[in-house]
Design a protein around this ligand. Structure first.
Ligand code: PEP
Length: 252
């Protein structure tokens, strides 16, 4: 946790969810509106096909909405892609960029991630910029260096603590049930905070830095109370409202 920083808990549904899953979003809304996330800001990022319907359900609620990716251009001949203005128009306030699954399966570079983050900012969305090392990089002890390098290249220079959220997600911890030690998480988060302060000065010192990678109701409390861990990006455990709310309840 960082003093005076509002925690942030986001769920990434990835390529999961049909219209029947809107019942889970409705249950999340009820929990968020009943204060189950305490002081934390709660956001769900369903597949783009559900965004507009989810936005309709969430109108006036405390549960926010995000997309999972955007194209760097606002419009054009990019079959199958979705632009940041389209996500905004569908009701999103956030968009995940640079998730490791995009970096791996779609060969996204830091430069492309930065362009997507800039497109998000231009459309009035807050980018959730993801970084994280592979298992080989971790085994070589390069995690901090990799994350700092990715952030230096992926973060648009114009971002401030108000306009960006960062998610540190070790690639080998995503969907595997494995997590770094609490000490290892703290070292990387402290390094990110130091970098933010170096490149952005005091205005970046309060940027929210999330941890992601196999966060569950059973391990969230220890992780979420670590120094400079300001919330979580949650994959698998965000698909069920009960688990997602149980994680957010760490902030009650
Ligand atoms: C993710 O996809 O961002 C993620 C952290 O997944 P999981 O929680 O399933 O590890």
């Amino acid at each position: 946790m960082t003093p005076d920083v509002r925690p942030f808990v986001a769920g990434n549904w990835k390529m999961n969810g049909l219209s029947g899953s809107l019942a889970e979003i409705e249950a999340m809304r009820l929990g968020a509106d009943a204060g189950e996330a305490g002081a934390a800001e709660l956001v769900v990022c369903p597949p783009a096909t559900l965004l507009a319907q989810a936005a309709f359900k969430l109108s006036g609620s405390k549960l926010g909405l995000g997309g999972q990716d955007c194209h760097p251009e606002a419009s054009g001949a990019f079959t199958g892609d979705i632009s940041a203005p389209m996500l905004k128009d569908a009701g999103a306030s956030y968009v995940i960029v640079g998730h490791s699954e995009r970096r791996t399966h779609h060969h996204e570079t830091d430069e492309l991630v930065r362009a997507k983050a800039q497109a998000a900012l231009k459309a009035g969305l807050t980018p959730i910029v993801c970084v994280g090392e592979t298992l080989a990089e971790r085994e070589a002890g390069q995690q901090a260096a990799v994350v700092i390098r990715q952030l230096r290249r992926s973060l648009p220079p114009e971002t401030t603590s108000e306009t960006v959220v960062i998610a540190y997600e070790p690639v080998w911890a995503i969907g595997t049930g494995l997590t770094p030690t609490f000490g290892d998480i703290a070292v990387v988060h402290n390094g990110i905070r130091a970098l933010l302060t170096e490149i952005g000065g005091p205005s970046s010192a309060k940027t929210r830095i999330l941890y992601g990678g196999s966060v569950k109701p059973t391990n969230c409390r220890e992780i979420l109370t670590l120094n400079n861990v300001d919330g979580a990006l949650i994959g698998g455990a965000s698909l069920k409202a009960a688990d997602f709310l149980a994680i957010a309840a760490a902030y009650r």
